[in-house]
Design a protein around this ligand. Structure first.
Ligand SMILES: [Zn+2]
Length: 405
């Protein structure tokens, strides 16, 4: 409630809408969020600052498989932690279904019938109390799902709760909800010339109408002896180019460029460029630092060879007004290292002008399994980008669109 008062107090400065503040909580957090909506009369503001003058009543509540009641539930750990030795005496008082009043803010509630930890009856009891008082309340009990399904993961049915909650805020709590900014920009890049860039990735991107930059390299001769069959040939890279995708330079042998002399570094770049040229692949304008880290020593060499954009793996969105074009940040996505979470986090930060650049390797990646993303996850990500109206471009397309050259 202190947070709500503070947000209202600083609404202008923080760009918040002081009349449309919703609280959202999951599980025990659902009890906490529910407390905000049912205890705002009872707990006095006592911080002795300017924020005390603002209301601490939330304008709506979103409660996800909440702990609500301490009355009859099988799950009372939350109540015991909260009330400790007063549990028996105060359990009814802190059962939120007993605290609903006519001015309790509208609530959207969802749960799963098979929740093994917090019984769905919690949600039902609260919804009933809300309806009895004539308050706006929407309740969804999904038939199947364990405790903690959060934003739904792969479950298309469960994922819908966020859309439903959004519509509820609009319809039942008068929130001016118009959805996020449309056409936010994402740039897809694919490193290391993996065979399935041609067999899986490029055709799939075509299906979605998405742009992308491919950053092939050739690795060392020793590497090729062992893994050459997984590596795209120049003819195959040409085919990807002919499909309309950008081909960038990732250096010939994928060495740590920071450690090379100027001559060695230039040779690395020239060698790959001349292979491209013999295969009639257009001269690249984009470069990706092998392994990811920015290499200051390459600047004059990149410029000399017409490479105007250079991608690192510094995990930020590409701020086109501020970022150095030879030090473009990007988010590497790796399935077993929270890949999907990183994907959503990056999307949450990008805008129409400031793109999130993603780095993929093979789909799937067999030779470098630490960089793996499965085809299933990749398709899921493409679906997500399409459904949410992202503009998906190559680095070059983005640079042309915003006149960066
Ligand atoms: Zn690489």
């Amino acid at each position: 409630m202190r947070a709500i008062r503070l947000i209202r107090c600083h609404a202008e400065e923080w760009g918040a809408d002081p009349e449309h503040i919703a609280v959202c909580g999951f599980s025990a957090g659902g009890h906490l969020a529910g407390c905000c909506g049912t205890l705002f009369h009872d707990l006095d503001a006592k911080d002795n600052d300017e924020a005390d003058h603002f209301s601490q009543r939330p304008d709506a509540m979103i409660l996800s498989y909440p702990v609500i009641t301490f009355r009859k539930t099988q799950y009372i750990a939350t109540g015991k932690r909260l009330l400790k030795e007063d549990f028996d005496e105060k359990r009814d008082e802190w059962s939120l279904e007993n605290r609903v009043l006519a001015d309790t803010p509208p609530a959207y509630i969802w749960a799963t019938a098979t929740d093994q930890l917090v019984p769905y009856e919690n949600s039902v009891l609260f919804a009933q109390a809300m309806w009895e008082k004539g308050n706006k309340c929407e309740l969804h009990i999904f038939p199947d799902g364990p405790h903690g399904m959060a934003t739904g993961y792969e479950r298309r049915d469960l994922k819908l709760w966020m859309e439903q909650a959004k519509e509820f805020l609009k319809a039942s709590a008068s929130f001016p909800v118009e959805g996020g900014e449309k056409g936010r920009t994402v740039i897809l890049t694919f490193d290391d010339a993996v065979k399935n860039h041609l067999s899986i990735v490029a055709p799939l991107l075509k299906e979605y109408g998405f742009g992308a930059t491919f950053f092939p390299c050739c690795f060392t001769e020793e590497w090729r002896k062992e893994n050459g069959r997984h590596l795209l040939t120049m003819e195959e890279i040409k085919q990807i180019s002919d499909m309309g995708f950008e081909i960038g330079n990732h250096s010939f042998a994928h060495k740590n460029m920071q450690l090379l002399s100027a001559e060695e570094a230039e040779e690395e770049i020239e060698k790959l460029n001349s292979l491209f040229s013999s295969a009639h692949i257009p001269p690249p304008v984009s470069f990706a630092y092998p392994g990811g880290p920015y290499a200051e020593n390459l600047r004059p060499i990149l410029k000399k060879h017409g490479l105007k954009l250079a991608r690192t793996t510094e995990k930020r969105v590409w701020n086109i007004a501020e970022d150095d074009f030879l030090r473009i940040p990007a988010f590497p996505l790796v399935e077993h290292l929270n890949g999907k979470l990183n994907f959503y986090e990056a999307l949450g930060k990008c805008t129409k002008e400031n793109a999130a650049v993603f780095v993929f390797h093979g789909i799937p990646e067999i030779v470098h399994p630490h960089c793996n993303v499965t085809e299933k996850t990749f398709r899921y990500m493409l679906d997500y980008l399409e459904e949410n109206d992202y503009t998906v471009l190559s680095m070059k397309e983005y640079a042309l669109k915003y006149n960066l050259f």
